[in-house]
Design a protein around this ligand. Structure first.
Ligand SMILES: *Cc1c(COP(=O)(O)O)cnc(C)c1O
Length: 350
């Protein structure tokens, strides 16, 4: 079986070895405040900063998941009003979290084939964006992110980068809070979230000084200064992340390979027809990490079943595109051979 589900997805190469090594190393049986584990957290934080090219004054925290980051930010950072700019279901769900927390929430929806609006947004202290909208396979351009930043220099900007971090470069100078889960572009089992914060974000959280949640940013910050975590973290997840980071070449190389596969996939489905078409028509809005294919719901359902009996797992559609699309993950763990196998299946299917 090969999984193209956009998370959890195909696991990274050598995962069995890493799991066996984790058990053998003894790290899973020591207390998380002990020196040996603290050094592992330190090495993993430094490894992530190096790999992702995170500015050195930014901090990295280990939390439970991307979904939890929506709550951490809502509890720690939102002061008066928050704006959510989105074109799909992950962005909408995040906005719903802020509404449920009682925040004054401004929703700005945009079309999946259009650029994100970049104008000045009045009276908000935080702007929330989704880098790759996993529900429909779109991505925000660096250019629009920097324009948005330029037009809103007072507000903090938070970016859900769950299906891009680790596979696509992120310009952190445009972003104050950025987060992801490891089951997408890190090719790992789920259950570990990464949250990256600018000094401005830490300052805001410290000033607001709320104490209503164990993973309040202020607590995360205080513990992170010592390379510690607030609770007993996913120690196995951190161990595995460290191994993955050590095995990776530079992000530039990883992204180039991923972009090359993305071009193959988009080209294939542009040519494929047979009752299917790419959901996102605007090429510059297409995410390299999640490709969404549109079709008649009964055909979509059938092809997923047939793919499965051929050893290929396609991702279900999501949210408003649940029934009339399937999704294909193109994460760093996937290689060209995986896609040749996928194309072979679709070519036979014609
Ligand atoms: C997968 C995903 C999430 C949710 O991740 P969890 O690990 O389930 O919390 C959130 N946002 C985006 C954009 C995602 O792709």
């Amino acid at each position: 079986m090969i999984s193209f589900y956009p998370g959890p997805s195909k696991l990274t190469d050598h995962i069995e070895q890493y799991l066996a090594d984790a058990v053998k190393s003894g790290i899973l049986s020591i207390n998380h405040r002990q020196e040996e584990f603290v050094r592992l957290v330190e090495a993993t934080v430094l490894g992530l900063k190096e790999y992702l090219k995170v500015p050195k004054e930014y901090e990295v925290y280990f939390v439970n998941s991307a979904t939890e980051c929506w709550y951490i930010i809502g509890n720690s950072i939102v002061d008066d009003s928050v704006a959510h700019l989105y074109n799909g279901d992950f962005g909408k769900k995040w906005s719903d979290v802020d509404k449920n927390l009682g925040h004054n929430t401004l929703d700005i929806r945009f079309d999946i084939n259009k650029e994100i609006p970049t104008q000045f947004i009045q009276d908000v202290s935080l702007i929330c964006l989704t880098h790759c909208e996993t529900s429909n396979g779109t991505i925000l351009s660096d250019n629009s992110l920097s324009l948005l930043r330029k037009n809103n220099s007072e507000a903090l900007i938070a970016l859900d980068a769950t299906s891009s971090m680790g596979g696509v470069r992120i310009d952190f100078t445009n972003i104050d809070l950025c987060f992801a889960s490891v089951q997408k572009c890190f090719g790992l089992p789920s259950g570990l979230g990464i949250l990256i914060c600018s000094p401005r974000a830490v300052k805001r959280a410290t000033e607001l000084n709320r104490n209503n949640y164990f993973h309040h940013l202020k607590h995360l910050h205080e513990k992170a200064l010592l390379f510690q975590t607030c609770n007993t973290p996913n120690m196995l997840g951190i161990y595995l992340l460290n191994r993955v980071l050590k095995a990776r070449t530079e992000l530039n190389h990883v992204e180039n390979a991923l972009q090359k596969n993305a071009r193959l996939i988009y080209q294939f489905f542009d040519d494929y027809k047979n009752g299917f078409q790419l959901l996102v028509r605007n090429e510059s809005a297409r995410s390299p990490t999640v490709v969404t294919v549109l079709g008649d719901p009964s055909k979509i359902n059938q092809i997923k079943l047939d793919a499965k009996s051929n050893g290929i797992i396609l991702g279900n559609g999501y949210g408003e595109w649940a029934k009339n699309t399937f999704r294909i993950a193109n994460f760093p763990a996937h290689n060209e051979d995986d896609f040749l196998q996928l194309f072979h299946f679709f070519n036979q299917y014609k």
